[in-house]
Design a protein around this ligand. Structure first.
Ligand code: UFG
Length: 327
């Protein structure tokens, strides 16, 4: 298949691009390199462009006779989405509408869109099934939900098929250590803890120790980025024009902040200094996927279910690239 991958130079996108290529798909990356890394992708297959430039998207689709789209490009800092929602609605919603309208203009019939468990808001039930109510608590979550709604309306009216995998906490790095997670600024737990192990940070702050969980810290479902890639491959091959697939991508197993820190200590052999702090606004106590829907819809289940294994792959990348792609 000839696939256009927006955000293919970013963290999850770059891992998916590698897998798609290894399976023989003809892949073109469309990325504005605002957060993506040229080094994470094949420069000969990179189109530097922005989703706010619809003519450029259409040109990329026509030039390369694109048949399907994988759409990773988005802004994803929950906190920033609260202080600057305009930026999030413009990039995540308007940018995606441009992409969908370019697909209509060029006759591209299917898309896989990176959605998120943040569309559920504070869950009423854990593990979370796909039919759980979606009540996001941040503008970021709303932008992702708005796109899910647009996808469904575009499917019904124009016949565009879509898959909307809702990621839990994307983590880890490629098992061969060649690509990994490099955000600037970095806000995610695992890379920050590994920065402490590398001596780049003095300590990790634990955001809240009074949650209603066994050790008082938040529980998340850390899904390996290579598992996300296999799910996307299954989704793009499965979904057909006019169809909809909405699935959670998680392991079904939760780990607390303290458990993640312990796993990092075991993997790195370093003692991690922690400082217990207040809760971070907008953090639900527990987000864990019910993974049954993805098994039923895609025949997919996570292969890396131990957080220690996921941390080990992240550590291999971090150790070899202490300054990320810049180093
Ligand atoms: N945490 C700390 N200290 C830190 C950083 C994080 O204690 O320095 C805690 C957080 O409070 C949270 C857990 O570690 O309980 C994981 O935090 P991350 O920031 O790594 O990930 P989130 O669960 O906040 O965010 C992820 C994705 C978002 C998505 C969100 C859905 O990164 O894109 O899940 O809730 F929106």
């Amino acid at each position: 298949m000839k696939i256009l991958v927006t955000g293919g130079a970013g963290y999850v996108g770059s891992h998916c691009v590698r897998l798609l290529k290894s399976k023989g798909h003809d892949v073109w990356v469309y990325d504005n390199l605002l957060y993506g890394h040229r080094e994470a992708t094949d420069p000969a297959r990179l189109i530097v462009g922005d989703l706010l430039d619809q003519p450029a998207i259409e040109k990329a689709m026509r030039d390369h006779a694109i048949e399907a789209v994988m759409h990773f490009a988005a802004l994803c800092y929950v906190g920033e989405s609260v202080t600057d929602p305009a930026k999030y609605y413009r990039n995540n919603v308007v940018g995606t509408l441009n992409l969908l309208d370019a697909m209509r203009a060029c006759g591209v019939g299917k898309i896989v869109f990176s959605s998120t468990c943040a569309t559920y808001g504070v869950p009423q039930q854990v593990p979370i099934p796909e039919d759980h109510p979606q009540n996001p608590i941040s503008p970021y979550g709303f932008t992702k939900l708005a796109v899910e709604k647009a996808l469904e309306d575009y499917r019904a009216a124009y016949g565009i098929g879509y898959a909307a995998p809702r990621y839990f906490n994307a983590s880890g790095a490629s098992l061969d250590g060649s690509i990994g997670e490099d955000h600037d600024p970095e806000t995610h737990l695992i890379p920050l803890v590994l920065d402490v192990a590398l001596g780049k940070r003095d300590h990790i702050s634990i955001f809240g120790t009074d949650y209603p969980t066994p050790d008082g810290t938040c529980i998340r479902d850390y899904i390996h980025v290579e598992d996300l890639a296999t799910a996307h491959l299954a989704a793009i091959e499965k979904v057909q024009p006019g169809e909809a697939i909405r699935v959670n991508l998680g392991t079904g197993v939760g780990a607390s902040v303290r458990q993640v820190i312990t796993a990092c200590e075991e993997v790195t052999g370093k003692k991690i200094k922690t400082v217990e702090g207040p809760r971070r606004a907008g953090d639900p106590p527990e987000l864990v996927a019910n993974p049954q829907g993805a098994l039923d819809a895609l025949g997919w289940r996570a292969q890396h279910t131990s957080v220690k294994e996921t941390v080990a792959s992240a550590w291999a990348w971090h150790k070899a690239h202490p300054n990320g792609y810049a180093g």
